[in-house]
Design a binder for this molecule. Structure first.
Ligand code: SAH
Ligand code: SF4
Length: 435
């Protein structure tokens, strides 16, 4: 979500005549698009802000902005501790940034703030709503600059109504708002026309979109040149058979689900307010596997949630074994101010134990990932080539199931779909040869 937000902000600013620089030290405007999901991400931003403060103290002319969830969450707090911040913009008002920058060019104007301070209205009816002025940001990407990419994100929903007890997102991104099917399809068509062959639809609980199955079919059926359509993140509570069928029956929808369980213990799931049990979750996984054999499953897990016993933790490990995810993102519980868990549940698992469980789970999942990857040995898979791999002189691409594949090949393959025969596998990636 943040990658897309940053891209949309860049588009807007480039269209207003701003330029990107490679080295942040050479920038006259520094904008941080921030994440508040865990404390660690916020700490990183605070330490970078220190660098900008020094530049300002040295008399450099510099505008410093904090955008996104951390701006919305910390509000006046962050300003009090960092008086050198010139712009504070919440995730639901990002469309206003270029206007705020313009205002700041008048030296008599000191600071610009655009936050939403969401107040939740309970029991609000779920419906399609025009996404207001923020949607202008999404629309603008199509009209400015050259879109020469092969992959793109499209947001279909903003915000979240779920209130998992540990999570800050509903507070920072606000209640759910859905774009219309027409506007999403229109954006997808324009992207495909510009050369995009893989689209990922985005939403915090994406399958809570009203008539999600129809949306999937429409985007798929109306874009015959689109090679891959995927979506994330799915919430286990909202998945219907109709959605699974739409996936199974649409050839170019990736057989891929990012569907976090967070825990394998029913007592923990209840305290997390996730709205499902382990049994309900597993039933969904079995249904998905029955309709789409070979489907690639990705998950998120939290270790060290308040009150998590050894038994609860073991239940999480056994869930990993039962589901057999291709990959799992594991997080150590981090209390977030303003959440129900922070208010009502003491953060009673010591850091060392969180770390120990985190490492144990990583090691445990590694074996499963390796075994899942090994199933691909000898197969010929379609790979969307992304570019040179981080280390080594090989190229990197991804399978339909989002597995990383490394292979020897030239830069001209970037953005193309190639067939690769898989010859080797590790827990993290596959290796093979273009055929
Ligand atoms: N909407 C997505 C998750 C968004 S946050 C969903 O419901 O699946 C991404 C991930 O961060 C979550 O899945 C969770 O595993 C992790 N996370 C969120 N809040 C956290 C916290 N307070 N401490 C640790 N991990 C957290
Ligand atoms: Fe956070 Fe839960 Fe909403 Fe996901 S579903 S964004 S974890 S509150």
């Amino acid at each position: 979500m943040n990658i897309l937000d940053s891209e949309l902000i860049q588009n807007q600013l480039l269209s207003k005549g701003h330029e990107l620089v490679e080295d942040p030290k050479k920038a006259n405007v520094v904008l941080y698009n921030t994440c508040s999901v865990r404390d660690l991400s916020e700490q990183k931003v605070l330490s970078r802000l220190g660098i900008d403060k020094q530049r300002k103290d040295n008399g450099e002319e510099l505008i410093v902005g904090v955008l996104g969830c951390m701006a919305e969450r910390t509000n006046t707090d962050i300003l009090a501790k960092n008086p050198h911040i010139d712009i504070l913009v919440g995730p639901s008002r990002l469309n206003e940034i270029s206007g705020l920058l313009e205002k700041l060019s008048d030296k008599s104007i000191k600071r610009q703030i655009a936050l939403s301070n969401f107040r939740f209205r309970k029991g609000k009816k779920l419906e399609h709503e025009p996404m207001d002025s923020l949607e202008a940001l999404d629309a603008a990407r199509l009209t400015h600059g050259k879109q020469r990419k092969s992959q793109a994100y499209i947001r279909i929903t903003r915000g979240c109504n779920k209130f998992c007890s540990f999570c800050v997102v509903p507070k920072t991104r606000g209640p759910e708002v859905h774009r219309t099917i027409e506007s999403i399809v229109k954006e997808s068509k324009a992207l495909v026309q510009s050369g995009v062959i893989e689209i990922t639809l985005l939403g915090q609980t994406i399958n809570h979109y009203p008539d999600f199955a129809r949306l999937l079919r429409e985007v798929h059926d109306q874009n015959l040149e689109l090679k891959r359509l995927r979506f994330m993140t799915s919430h286990p509570r909202d998945f219907t058979d109709e959605m699974l069928d739409a996936m199974a029956m649409s050839e170019r929808i990736c057989k891929y689900l990012h569907i976090p369980a967070q825990s394998g213990s029913n007592t923990v799931l209840r305290r997390m307010n996730r709205g499902y049990t382990r049994e309900i979750y597993m039933d969904l996984i079995h249904r998905a596997k029955a309709k789409m054999p070979g489907i690639s499953l990705l998950g998120d897990m939290i270790v060290g949630f308040p009150g998590e016993t050894e038994e609860d933790f073991e239940a999480s490990l056994s869930l990993l074994k039962e589901v057999r995810y291709q990959n799992v993102f594991i997080f150590k519980y981090s209390p977030r101010p303003g959440t129900v868990a922070d208010k009502n549940l003491p953060d009673d698992i010591p850091w060392d134990l969180k770390k120990k469980r985190n490492n144990k789970m990583l090691e445990f999942q590694k074996q499963i990932s390796l075994a899942e990857h090994q199933k691909a040995l000898g197969q010929i898979l379609n790979i969307l080539v992304e570019g040179p791999a981080k280390n080594g002189d090989v190229m990197q691409g991804r399978t339909e199931g989002d597995q990383i594949v490394l292979f020897k090949g030239g830069e001209r393959l970037i953005g193309k779909l190639v067939k690769v025969k898989i010859q080797d596998a590790t827990a993290l990636s596959l290796m093979g040869e273009v055929i």
